[in-house]
Design a protein around this ligand. Structure first.
Ligand SMILES: Cc1cc2nc3c(=O)[nH]c(=O)nc-3n(C[C@H](O)[C@H](O)[C@H](O)COP(=O)(O)OP(=O)(O)OC[C@H]3O[C@@H](n4cnc5c(N)ncnc54)[C@H](O)[C@@H]3O)c2cc1C
Length: 307
């Protein structure tokens, strides 16, 4: 279907919709890599009820993709078919402090704000989020973690809307978490998380966050167009060491380059395409396989169609 046609059809068929529908919406600027084609339709829900209404009414044959802050995404150059959903600060951007050192956060809240709100409230245990540049929805799906802690260790429960528009409250045990893996149903769009911390001193937590930020700046190319760790660490190995040993540090395809600073990071040095970055990643996988026999698994999510 041509993209404007899908948007017009949805707008006509869903008169109660309060969120925004945008046909042929560029996704480049919504990802850290700054590459990729457009969404056939981008939908920005007004709030959870609007999202549930949309999913309930959306014809089953239309594919749905959800994105967060795009810090773990490689969107291919042909863009994404169907509807791409992005939760925004308006309906999903609140944090609230609850009794017993708990913090509730909407899925669009950036991880760094989770860390900051927790620090301000004297809640320790969430400062690792200072270093992860995604939002709560992405952290829930990726089991985001850093500095020895992961989302699965601090999550009490999440709220999610399924493809039929039904709202679920999912206890952490039912997220079936593993290393950068979440076994909750793939159609679940997370809307909120309840985190558990412990009482702490705000000044000490803020100091810990400053240390995390300083460390990141030293060891990761955080000011570049990157997608963070490209590959998961295989059991018993560090991905960056395997990549380095296979001679891939600094390797490039077009404007896509393996970071010299941290060789599990790929960088868009200017005009790289999604295809350049993916080809570079696949070359790295091939060289590592040949050199060490280890099969690297993409941690970055690759979405959409080739050009
Ligand atoms: C410089 C840099 C450093 C990084 N360091 C770390 C690190 O230390 N630790 C770490 O774990 N990660 C790290 N990352 C990767 C990334 O920040 C995390 O994976 C983050 O959790 C992704 O969140 P996001 O909002 O950007 O999600 P996106 O990248 O937009 O999406 C990631 C996945 O989550 C899904 N998703 C997003 N929102 C929702 C939702 N509401 N409901 C259901 N699914 C959703 C998407 O469909 C996709 O599959 C780093 C990335 C960069 C660029």
């Amino acid at each position: 279907m041509n993209d404007t046609a899908l948007e017009s059809r949805l707008a006509a068929d869903l008169p109660g919709l309060r969120g925004r529908l945008m046909p042929h919406a560029p996704l480049k600027d919504l990802t850290w890599f700054r590459v990729g084609g457009p969404a056939e339709v981008l939908y920005l829900p007004a709030d959870e009820a609007d999202l549930a209404y949309f999913l309930k009414e959306l014809p089953a044959e239309i594919p749905v993709t959800v994105i967060g802050l795009g810090s773990n995404l490689l969107v291919r150059d042909g863009g994404i078919e169907g509807v791409v959903i992005r939760l925004g600060g308006k309906g999903f951007g609140e944090t609230t402090i609850e009794e017993g050192s708990r913090l509730r956060a909407g899925a669009a809240v950036p991880d760094v704000k989770v860390a900051r709100a927790a620090a301000d409230a004297g809640i320790a245990g969430l400062s690792f989020y200072r270093g992860i540049p995604g939002c709560v929805g992405g952290a829930l799906r990726m089991n985001g973690g850093a500095h020895g802690r992961e989302t699965c260790e601090v999550l009490v429960e999440a709220r999610a809307v399924d493809r039929l528009g039904k709202v679920h409250v999912v206890p952490v045990a039912e997220m079936h978490y593993g290393y950068r893996y979440c076994g909750a149903p793939e159609d679940f769009i997370f809307t909120e998380a309840l985190f558990q911390g412990e009482p702490g001193d705000p000044q000490a937590i803020l100091a810990e966050m400053d240390n995390i930020a300083a460390y990141r700046e030293e060891v990761q190319p955080i000011k570049s167009r990157t997608g963070g760790s490209t590959f998961k660490n295989p059991p018993g190995h560090k991905a960056w060491q395997l990549i380095d040993a296979a001679g891939c540090r600094g390797l490039s395809v077009g404007d896509a380059r393996v970071s010299e600073m941290h060789c599990n990071f790929l960088i868009n040095e200017g005009n790289a395409t999604g295809a350049d970055l993916e080809a570079l990643g696949e070359t790295v996988r091939k060289r590592v396989r040949a050199q060490s026999g280890v099969e690297l698994e993409w941690e970055i999510k690759r979405l959409g169609l080739p050009a």
